[in-house]
Design a protein around this ligand. Structure first.
Ligand code: PLP
Length: 457
């Protein structure tokens, strides 16, 4: 150990990490200039380094955390399960936590999604939905339907199948030769609306483009995969919900499955339990309440489903899909598995997470919190360097006009100095805080961000 502690903590741990751990989504050499941040512990919205300096986790640790770090209710559910059963394979076996979780998700999810297929991470959920869709068509006598479409700037994970429906240039360029890249259709991203065009009109224009594509290619298309309401990795691109309703209608008309990837936006993040609930009836204005939203053919969940405690993902689908696999032949069944499918510890964490939603009336509480943040954020929203301020539920984003080409790196360094954890995407800064964030913590978040935006513009 060196005598001089690292500004953010434990130098020894840093050096050992760089020597032994290959960090994700990183150019490892950049850590020479921008050191890793060793985290010793977490509590609520705060992460603490080894010098006990704390950072407000305003991005919920890569969008997974819902109720803060080391929540006692989730921790004790996992501890309780540890004393009973840590794991058993799910082929040929079952257990109470996975059954209970499936029953409760069925009650919560858009109507009709009664069958749950589990995996451990988001990318695997995407793989499952894609494979299940194509296999459904094969079992239904339409083996030519093997192609997929996704939105421009889509993100559905980074395994090879998921990457084929992901439209991020950096990944496409590096791994394009390994995958069968699928086609994209225009994104209803409201930032792209023409001058004077409303977000709704723009979304409808993009839906027309979707229709043209479906008209021409539906015979080869298995499914359209979409991130409902917010395209996260695209820089928190938000769009009008009318697009979802139209997409549902068009997919029905052209016999193409609709896969809702709610890995990031599910579990209350957009203000409703699932983003699909917000799709308005086409005959009514978007503001009309009480509509039931749309039911996708596949709903993918992960990230927040365990409150951010353990890896778990699930693909939910309806009976018509399920029945197409049901029969005597093995080859007709869905041939897919992961070692940790339906892990009991992860299922217990998910059940505890669902309990908190009801016990704390989380969706109503979040509406008040979002209203408070929007109110105190006025100086940020009106800042001369801020563009496209936007908010959906517990997600906020805006672009910063800055002279610095290395904006994201500079910003990341500044936010850490200021005791925040934000991770800009290009020039987009976003907030996606844990739902337990309190008003004084929101004040800290907004005031410090304002200071950082001042320094960067
Ligand atoms: C994070 C994410 C994924 C991939 O999930 P992993 O667990 O990181 O594999 C897929 N789709 C969306 C929308 C995501 O945000």
């Amino acid at each position: 150990m060196s005598d001089q502690p690292h500004p953010n903590g434990n130098l020894d741990l840093l050096a050992r990490s760089l020597a032994a751990v290959w960090h994700p989504c990183s150019q490892m050499r950049h850590y020479e200039k921008f050191p890793l941040l060793p985290i010793a512990r977490g509590e609520g919205v705060w992460l603490y380094d080894h010098n006990n300096k704390r950072y407000l986790d305003a991005i919920s640790s890569w969008w997974v955390n819902l109720f803060g770090h080391c929540d006692p209710r989730i921790s004790s559910a996992i501890t309780d399960q540890l004393g009973k059963l840590e794991h058993v394979m799910l082929a040929g076996f079952t257990h109470e936590p996975v059954v209970q979780l499936s029953e409760r998700l069925r009650e919560l999810a858009p109507e009709g999604l009664g069958h749950c297929f589990y995996a451990s991470d988001g990318a695997s959920a995407t793989e499952i939905a894609l494979k299940m869709s194509a296999h459904y068509w094969r079992n239904s006598g339409k083996p030519d339907k093997t192609q997929f479409i996704s939105l421009e700037n889509s993100y559905h994970g980074e395994t090879l199948g998921a990457l084929s429906v992901t439209d991020v240039a950096l990944f496409r360029d590096a791994y394009g030769a390994l995958i069968r890249q699928q086609t994209t259709v225009p994104s209803p991203d409201s930032r792209k609306a023409a001058a004077g065009e409303s977000a709704e009109d723009y979304a409808l224009r993009c839906a027309d483009a979707l229709e043209q594509h479906l008209q021409r290619h539906h015979a080869q298309l298995a499914a359209f995969i979409i991130e409902p309401l917010v395209q996260g990795a695209a820089g928190m691109a938000m769009y009008h919900p009318v697009y979802l309703r139209r997409a549902r209608q068009l997919c029905d008309r052209y016999e193409v499955h609709l896969i809702a990837d709610e890995i990031a936006v599910g579990m209350g993040r957009t203000g409703t339990m699932f983003a699909c609930e917000q799709a308005p009836q086409l005959s009514q204005p978007a503001s009309v309440q009480g509509t039931k939203g749309i039911t996708p053919d596949f709903l993918c969940l992960s990230k927040g489903i365990t409150g951010g405690y353990l890896p778990l993902s699930v693909v939910m689908t309806h009976d018509e899909i399920y029945q197409a696999f049901y029969g005597d032949e093995m080859a007709r069944g869905f041939l897919h598995s992961h070692s940790y499918t339906g892990n009991p510890l992860a299922c217990r964490a998910a059940l505890a997470t669902l309990d908190i939603f009801t016990e704390d009336n989380v969706l109503a509480m979040n509406r008040n919190k979002a209203a408070y943040l929007n109110e105190i954020a006025a100086p940020l929203r009106e800042h001369r360097a801020v563009r496209h301020w936007r908010n959906t539920g517990m997600m906020w984003a805006f672009e910063v006009q800055s002279p610095h080409a290395d904006f994201a790196q500079r910003c990341f360094t500044l936010v850490l100095e200021n005791g925040l954890l934000l991770r800009p995407i290009g020039n987009t800064i976003y907030f996606m805080p844990p739902y337990i964030i309190e008003e004084p913590e929101m004040d800290v978040l907004v005031n410090r961000t304002l200071r950082i935006v001042d320094q960067l513009s």
